[in-house]
Design a protein around this ligand. Structure first.
Ligand SMILES: Cc1ncc(COP(=O)(O)O)c(C=O)c1O
Length: 438
């Protein structure tokens, strides 16, 4: 039965009119009310994911663990307000993210500042805004933090980013824990120990512990248990060789989400339980006190809480070759297929009960052949101008990677909660686009 279809996330359904619903709200109604292209975000799903991370970590590590939302996945004020009200920590990677979070009233002592190339201005800005923890990527950054902390007359908490040498077998472009990564200092080359020694000489730095992140879209908990084992061995070696006991171990983010029905579902709670058992056993074997554990999820907090809605413009059929359905958005609001062939599920929101007898490439409106959101998408043969297409699982790395290529304004973000909708980010206007032009 078409009506009993299961979708990749439980917040997606079909109503009696054969329209797609997101968190119970008719997507075509939202398209009419707010226009397209449109990002929609399901607040209850975001809060639910935060709660699962927060409560499971608290329970399994006896209160000595927490989650920091990796805000590069989606960064705008309302989301930082939600994170604050959910008692989440955050990770930020630029002065722009720091500015946005601080402007939203997020308590910046609960923020971790990443990136592999913090300028002196970034370091100063983060200190001025009271960022709780820096995650220093390299020796250069450590020196800059020491200089700026001394000027500000403070002692700054710092974690060191370490590359544990793990290849999580995901997209090469989002694999960051390997020895040859641009991020962090490798254990294998001895640089992780060297940077620890350097950090311990700094008077204006308190070395709180270590951070690592091995990749994104990771489905196997084994990647995390292996990473934790390597990191705990390193911590034990540092304790015996340098006498330094790490208080914090941040294991990064990366749990995968479902973009296609064939993607597995990650049971976050179960994975955290497995991980905590492994960490406790390893610590006992190494004679270590269990450090405070931090996880840094981005995608698994917001991805399936997001959907992008488009209106169909042209339908072009090239017999014996391919069909194109062009929509009013594209690589400007979702660059991930153009960038690394990321998978997505797309649905014709106003024709959910029609049979999908045709395949089409869903193309954007940019002057760029690579501007495709997804190829070979099943669509109803009746698809035509004015139909509404929804792309699922776009809450992460879509709005945050959006651009103004071809001077296209970025779509608004509408937050839905308990059947109500509200604007969280306004639609960009042409005058916004020209605001900096002289
Ligand atoms: C340092 C760090 N932490 C956390 C994340 C979040 O990863 P994900 O969104 O896959 O959970 C990333 C993503 O690239 C990252 O680089």
């Amino acid at each position: 039965m078409l009506k009993d279809r299961k979708f990749i996330c439980e917040n997606v359904s079909v109503n009696g009119e054969g329209h797609l619903c997101f968190s119970g709200v008719d997507v075509t109604t939202l398209a009419k009310r707010y226009g397209t292209p449109l990002y929609i975000m399901d607040e209850s799903r975001i809060r639910d994911r935060c709660r699962i991370y927060r409560e499971t970590l608290k329970k399994t590590f006896d209160g000595q663990a927490f989650a920091a939302y990796a805000s590069k996945a989606a960064s705008f004020k309302e989301l930082y307000r939600i994170m604050a009200s959910e008692n989440m920590y955050i990770d930020v990677v630029s002065s722009g993210e720091i500015y946005t979070a601080a402007a939203a009233g997020f308590p910046m002592r609960n923020a971790f500042f990443h990136s592999n190339n913090k300028t002196d201005e970034d370091v100063r800005f983060a200190i001025e805004n009271g960022v709780g923890y820096f995650v220093a990527d390299n020796a250069e950054e450590l020196k800059a933090i020491e200089r700026e902390a001394e000027k500000a007359g403070i002692v700054q908490n710092v974690l060191l980013r370490i590359t544990p040498g793990i290849d999580p077998h995901t997209f090469a472009a989002v694999t960051t824990g390997k020895v040859d990564s641009k991020f962090g200092s490798a254990i294998q080359t001895g640089q992780a120990k060297e940077i620890t020694e350097l950090a311990l000489t700094k008077k204006h730095i308190t070395l709180s512990g270590y951070h690592c992140h091995v990749g994104s879209q990771v489905f196997s908990v084994d990647v995390y248990t292996k990473t934790a084992e390597i990191m705990l061995n390193f911590i034990a070696n540092i304790k015996s060789s340098l006498g330094f006991s790490a208080q914090i171990l941040n294991l990064g983010g990366g749990f995968g989400v479902r973009y296609l029905p064939t993607d597995p579902e990650v049971d976050i709670e179960k994975n955290i339980i497995i991980l905590s058992e492994k960490i406790k056993t390893s610590c006992a074997a190494l004679g270590l006190k269990v450090p405070t554990i931090i996880l840094e999820p981005g995608r698994s907090i917001v991805a399936d809480a997001g959907m992008t809605v488009y209106t169909v413009g042209t339908v072009k059929k090239i017999p014996d070759f391919v069909n194109y359905v062009s929509v009013d958005g594209g690589m400007t609001d979702n660059v991930r297929y153009a960038m690394y062939k990321a998978n997505y599920t797309l649905l014709t929101a106003n024709k959910m009960n029609e049979a999908l007898t045709m395949k089409a490439n869903i193309a954007g409106r940019c002057c760029e052949s690579g501007d495709v959101i997804q190829e070979h998408v099943p669509v109803p043969a009746s698809i035509k101008r004015g139909d509404i297409i929804a792309c699922l699982t776009t809450g992460a790395y879509n709005y945050s990677m959006a651009s103004n290529y071809n001077r296209l304004p970025r779509p608004p973000i509408v937050m839905i909660n308990n059947g109500e909708s509200r604007i969280a980010v306004n639609r960009e206007t042409f005058s916004d686009i020209c605001a900096l032009d002289v």
